[in-house]
Design a protein around this ligand. Structure first.
Ligand code: NAD
Length: 509
């Protein structure tokens, strides 16, 4: 069934130009296309960027950030620019949500949420920009000091395919609020949202620079293409002073090594294998709904997917029956339908990887409670996979150790807290966790013991832009969101002011 959202012309894909060093043009590399994961139709064609494009964009960004039209803006004026970007996103919200859906196949409701979140992120960092203060140390006898924050310079923002626009906004908004310039390297297969964001930023900049000039067009560039070429060149470029990266752990570690050579700060938002815990006293309605949402929303293609669910033995059977019934009732299908809960996976090769993990789970003596296959009614359409739940796997099984990034959950019974915490923490990742219990003191005790950057209690996968987000262990370092995250894009310069009326006594006779 085709809906109004699926009426893009399959025979006439749109050709996308991108913004490089202030010019809307084709990048200099090979022509490639992007596809809609629902029906494999070609949505857009565009050229990949080259190493030369990286150099051109970064040099132009460095020049742009130093121009008085940008560098001369007062904080409230920079905030006004960010507000205008937020308004620009909101003015095109529905169109952007549809483009996002065509880019990566997420259900339309989810895409709307991501677009709204991107607008909210620019609005929030406008407020941060305007209220941010430097630190003054009051007079200490013969001197006082002021630590001023300065923009770090050109920032490289490297993003994955699973939540475009929100990922890009979380890097762009604080970087611009701090006064930096940004070169974005979106995922090769989902470049659209970064390009649209650049279009909105470009339009918002008209007349918003110091003295009513335009914000320099080269302040933000978007370079689609391969990570190993474009992303790598961006990380290595000597004028790039910070990398904000979201993606896989192996790539993130490689970036950190290169960054160490330049002594360049990086933030790394990486993978996860998040545990969710259903305690003996949990409200099972809440727990079932929360665990289903935690693993199966976004088809499990989420860094915070709650993919290991530990259930107290006393409620294991009751919980399992309800969870499986809930999973089987999920509406899997056309992402443009308002009622769809799970859309297709991003690509055929990604689905093949998930199928390998399911086969591995079965080989490791796991028992399938539901799913484990492609939905029959959607066999001819898109890269769909059924919501899948295993039991009988040990926490040490490979399927429970590694990030699958798909709709696959392992149910594991537990009976004592010490063993539970040990199992939850016995994993290379440490991004998020969820706890369902009526006992908040118990929740706090468990939450403190869990090695994760976020702990959700009686809820899961809810976000506030004002709350810091990030991981520990192999889930990354650094934090995005929250007031303090603007400082990740700044350096400090400290000034000491002599107040003494007499010369330094040390050198006077
Ligand atoms: P990926 O690491 O393959 O790619 C991420 C980005 O890095 C892409 O733009 C890619 O082109 C680029 N890249 C690849 N190789 C590079 C290199 N050598 N140098 C520089 N850049 C390079 O990840 P993916 O498959 O796009 O996304 C899925 C992963 O992202 C999962 O592991 C998921 O958990 C993680 N993720 C984490 C968060 C978080 O906030 N922690 C959020 C979303 C996704």
């Amino acid at each position: 069934m085709q809906s109004r959202y699926n009426d893009h012309d399959m025979n006439q894909p749109e050709h996308l130009q991108t913004l490089i060093a202030g010019q809307w043009r084709d990048a200099s590399g090979l022509l490639y296309s992007t596809e809609y994961p629902f029906d494999s139709s070609v949505v857009a064609t565009l050229h990949a960027a080259t190493v030369d494009d990286v150099d051109v964009a970064v040099r132009a960004a460095e020049a742009a950030r130093l121009q008085s039209a940008w560098a001369g803006l007062l904080p409230h004026q920079r905030a006004a620019f960010l507000h205008k970007i937020a308004a620009g996103i909101r003015a095109r919200a529905e169109e952007l949500a549809q483009l996002q859906m065509l880019d990566n196949g997420k259900p339309i409701l989810e895409c709307r949420g991501l677009v709204a979140s991107a607008a909210g992120t620019f609005q929030y960092f406008a407020a941060v920009c305007e209220t941010f203060e430097d630190a003054v140390t009051p007079p200490r006898g013969e001197f006082m000091s002021i630590s001023m924050h300065e923009p770090l310079g050109v920032v490289g923002a490297i993003t994955p395919w699973n939540s475009p626009i929100a990922s890009e906004a979380q890097k762009l908004a604080p970087a611009l609020a701090a006064g930096c310039a940004v070169v974005i390297k979106p995922a090769e297969i989902t470049p659209r949202m970064a390009i649209e964001l650049a279009r909105i930023i470009d339009a918002a900049g008209v007349g918003m620079g110091a003295g009513g000039a335009d914000i320099p067009k080269a302040l933000v560039s978007v370079l689609p293409g391969k990570g190993s070429v474009v992303g790598d060149a961006l990380v290595r470029h000597l004028l790039v002073k910070r990398i904000a990266f979201t993606g896989g752990t192996t790539v993130g570690k490689g970036i950190a090594k290169l960054a160490a050579e330049k002594l360049m700060p990086v933030s790394l938002e990486l993978g996860g294998k998040s545990p969710t815990i259903v305690c003996a006293d949990a409200d099972l309605d809440h727990a079932v709904a929360g665990v289903l949402y935690g693993i199966f929303s976004s088809s499990g293609e989420s860094c915070i997917a709650g993919s290991r669910c530990f259930v107290h033995a006393s409620v294991y059977d009751a919980f399992k029956v309800r969870l499986v019934a809930g999973a089987q009732a999920l509406r899997v299908g056309d992402p443009s339908s308002e009622s769809t809960q799970m859309g297709p996976l991003i690509s055929s090769s990604h689905r093949a990887g998930i199928e390998r993990y399911v086969a591995m789970g079965l080989a490791e003596s796991g028992k399938l409670l539901c799913g484990g296959a492609r939905p029959e009614r959607l066999a001819e359409q898109g890269y769909f996979y059924e919501p899948t739940i295993f039991e009988g796997l040990a926490n040490t099984a490979q399927m429970c150790r590694e990030e699958i990034f798909g709709p696959v959950l392992a149910l594991i019974p537990y009976s004592d807290d010490a063993d539970l915490v040990q199992q939850c923490n016995d994993n290379e990742y440490g991004l998020a966790s969820g706890i369902w219990t009526k006992d908040y003191q118990h929740a706090l005790k468990l939450g403190k013991a869990l090695q994760t950057g976020t702990v959700w209690i009686n809820t899961y996968k809810v976000f506030s832009i004002a709350t810091a987000f990030g991981g520990v262990k192999n889930s990354g370092m650094g934090r995005e969101k929250g007031y303090a995250s603007i400082m990740e894009y700044m350096t400090q310069k400290s000034f000491y002011w002599g107040l003494s009326e007499r010369p330094n006594p040390w050198s006077t006779t």
